[in-house]
Design a protein around this ligand. Sequence first.
Ligand SMILES: NC(=O)c1ccc[n+]([C@@H]2O[C@H](COP(=O)([O-])OP(=O)(O)OC[C@H]3O[C@@H](n4cnc5c(N)ncnc54)[C@H](O)[C@@H]3O)[C@@H](O)[C@H]2O)c1
Ligand SMILES: CC(C)C[C@H](N)C(=O)O
Length: 365
Amino acid sequence: MEIFKYLEQYDYEQLVFCQDKQSGLKAIIAIHDTTLGPALGGTRMWTYASEEAAIEDALRLAKGMTYKNAAAGLNLGGGKTVIIGDPRKDKNEEMFRAFGRFIQGLNGRYITAEDVGTTVADMDIIHEETDYVTGISPAFGSSGNPSPVTAFGVYRGMKAAAKEAFGSDSLEGKVVAVQGVGNVAYNLCRHLHEEGAKLIVTDINKESVMRAVEDFGAKAVDPDEIYGVECDIYAPCALGAVINDATIPQIKAKVIAGAANNQLKDTKHGDIIHELGIVYAPDYVINAGGVINVADELYGYNSDRAMKKVEGVYSNIEKVISIAKRDCIPTYKAADRMAEERIERMRNSRSQFLLNEKHILNRRR
Ligand SMILES: NC(=O)c1ccc[n+]([C@@H]2O[C@H](COP(=O)([O-])OP(=O)(O)OC[C@H]3O[C@@H](n4cnc5c(N)ncnc54)[C@H](O)[C@@H]3O)[C@@H](O)[C@H]2O)c1
Ligand SMILES: CC(C)C[C@H](N)C(=O)O
């Protein structure tokens, strides 16, 4: 990979490699765009097949956060970290302390939070070294685990997408096929069950499936059967790239609305499902509840205020659908347009000169 060529092509600002021999920390912080504010995005810990794969993941996820934060109306840019390692075996306290010091060294350009493989406990350790971390324990007056709030946002966004497809946002009696019943999707299933939806679930983890069957009366299917089940709504809540050439012909749902990041394998798959008349709730718009919640910590966390903002995922999905109709484009393109237009508006509004304490004029005093 020619790194500078790639950074230039997709407008990245900064890529930081962090190494700490004692703890074994190998982390890559990618900052994509800070036009709207400091880059906020989680830390993923994963066993990557190669360093190149880790760099690519950090870059791709960081850009996704620029779009997610912009579309959610947050005054935050986009960034992400990947730590190379197995979260079940390779974590230690010194690692997250060392990582916290690296974040502190960026002096607020990047703020972290949880992602796949990291937990509230990890964020609490980082917090020993820096204030540029969110999703820390409620004991510190913070927001804690973002997953239940992400789930609430997905539930709200699913209702908005259902309104477009079925003429009503009621999910009562609707059959929802949920792929992966982990942290986010278990909570999503609870909201759906409480509204009277019927659930079909799958997971590679049998215990997670059994919990959904027992708690919500869900019907269980094998992981590769989920795409083809008879349902109204397909909710991808496990992996990315699940909307692809092999799965699209199987999908019977009229709505795709779920938590997973990067659901479209390629943009062409967003075009195909649009042509098929499927209402697709773009992933980074519908799953923004977690980041909206942790971002509220930057104002002094207030749960009621944060949940009110997360309810707005409903109107954000409505906005995306209306842009898609107005401009005759698929919803994934409409979401990109919404995010890019906001960034451009703000870039222009910040173009006037503003004196700040670092400016050369101050140094002459
Ligand atoms: N946690 C959040 O707040 C948040 C926010 C935004 C986006 N997301 C995204 O939502 C998705 C779920 O996040 P999570 O925090 O619930 O993660 P999780 O790890 O708790 O849950 C994912 C579940 O998917 C299952 N799974 C993995 N591969 C599968 C397969 N092939 N078929 C079926 N099930 C499979 C896992 O066993 C697990 O139970 C991820 O893509 C994540 O990036 C999460
Ligand atoms: C900031 C975090 C809560 C980010 C979350 N992991 C996401 O992908 O949106």
